[in-house]
Design a protein around this ligand. Structure first.
Ligand code: ZN
Length: 128
C-alpha cells in the first residue's frame, strides 16, 4: 500500500513539474519590424526565396539573426500569431551583434502591409 501511495505521489510530482515547465516558456522583448519580398525591401537581388529557400510569398515567416534565434524556431508574436524563423537580414544581424538586441523582421506578402506594421517593441514568446 505504501509503495502504491509513493507511486501516486511521484506521478503527481512529475505532472506538476512538467506543467510548470510548459507555463514558463521563454518570453523576450524584441524589436519587431516588417518587410515583404519586394525589391524595395530586399534589394535587386530579391529572388522571392528566403535564406532557407522557402517561397517568401507563400510562407509567412520572420527573419532574425540565426545566432540569436536559430532557424525554424517558432515565435508567438502579439498581433501577428505564430511565425517561424526562416530568413535573415543585415539589420537583424547588426542589432544582435552590435547592440545585443533581439530584432526580428516580420514578413508580409505585400509592401503596404509591411509599412502598416512599422516598428514595434513587443514581448515575443519562444515556443519550444
Ligand atoms: Zn516590400
Amino acid at each position: 500500500m505504501r509503495k502504491f501511495l509513493l507511486l501516486i505521489f511521484t506521478i503527481f510530482v512529475i505532472t506538476v513539474f512538467c506543467h510548470t515547465e510548459k507555463a514558463t516558456a521563454e518570453t523576450l522583448n524584441m524589436l519587431v519590424t516588417a518587410y515583404c519580398p519586394c525589391e524595395k525591401c530586399c534589394g535587386e537581388s530579391s529572388d522571392g526565396r528566403t535564406s532557407k529557400n522557402d517561397d517568401a510569398y507563400i510562407c509567412d515567416g520572420v527573419a532574425a539573426d540565426p545566432k540569436a534565434i536559430p532557424y525554424r524556431t517558432k515565435l508567438k508574436i502579439p498581433g501577428a500569431g505564430i511565425k517561424e524563423v526562416d530568413d535573415t537580414g543585415g539589420a537583424m544581424r547588426q542589432s544582435w551583434r552590435k547592440k545585443g538586441i533581439y530584432h526580428i523582421d516580420l514578413r508580409f506578402s505585400n509592401h503596404q502591409d509591411a509599412l502598416n506594421w512599422g516598428r514595434q517593441q513587443l514581448d515575443v514568446e519562444i515556443l519550444k
